[in-house]
Design a protein around this ligand. Sequence first.
Ligand code: KG4
Ligand code: ZN
Length: 331
Amino acid sequence: MRILGIETSCDETAAAIVDGRRVVSQRIASQMQVHARFGGVVPEVASRRHVETVTRVVAGALADAGAAWGDLDGIAVTCGPGLLGALLVGVSAAKGLALVTGLPLVGVHHIAGHVAAAFIDTAITPPCLALVVSGGHTELLRVDPPFCLTKLGGTKDDAAGEAYDKVARMLGLPYPGGPEVDRLAQSGDPAAYAFPRALMEDEGFDFSYSGLKSAVHNEIAKQRQRGEEVNPADVCASFQQAVVDVLVEKTARAVIRTGLRTVVVAGGVAANQGLRRALTARAAADGFAVHFPPLALCTDNAAMIAVAGGLLLELGVRHPLSLNAEANLSL
Ligand code: KG4
Ligand code: ZN
């Protein structure tokens, strides 16, 4: 099935054409530079940018694929969760195109999209476990055939990526902070500070990052009060170790609890070097398989939405033109 995917849930305007699990073309217009000077995504600015860009991005993806509307089998769009105004732009565009072309329309949950990124150009099929770690989400899910997602646990407060961005801001690092913290962590001492590992003793699969964030904030404030020089590399390495320890431990426990021996990781934080190393090592030690999609498919993109949409269309899911965007869409 050839599917057009559209993704506008946050700060990327993206469109892609996929053929089953293969990406035929994809265009992504990032708004990162626009939001960087505000230190985070400004929802109203994001919506306006999507409006300006979405038509061009869709036309570009279609042209790159050398495809005409008649070559397609459906249109998939992220309908939630995300920034409401941003989501509405993609959903409106997709509905307009479905109306004009007569193609089937399918709304895709953003997290289902992140999970589907693992299926692109791989032979991985459900059942498996999925760890989705991004700026907006930290979720551990089981994925059952054919494509049924059940949440095992999630963050009770900040998402992992959000915690990275906030710690980066405390250290005066540029936005988005995740990659910067990751880079600095490589040269720091992960044992320099004993930051908390929240909910580690808890049997469940929930996560919490607000205590860790406060602990980092208090440590930096304490050192500055004493007139001491903060070593950013040590702070980053110790913070990253605390985040990674919990993610790896809970994922390994989920493998034991569910008996599922394949783990796919997705979301922007899947780019993290510390997480990649630690989870790969744990998988080798415990005897389960872990798959990290290529970086460009880990962060927000439309190919993952198109692949997820294709799977749903195959299952007979279709949405009417009354499809709406939902900021807090549940799985
Ligand atoms: O999936 P994504 O592109 O957008 C959301 O859906 O949120 O994820 C972006 C998040 C940001 O918080 C960013 O700081 C984080 O992923 N991130 C990283 C790394 N690269 C991106 N966090 C830690 N280490 C990285 N290397
Ligand atoms: Zn995302």
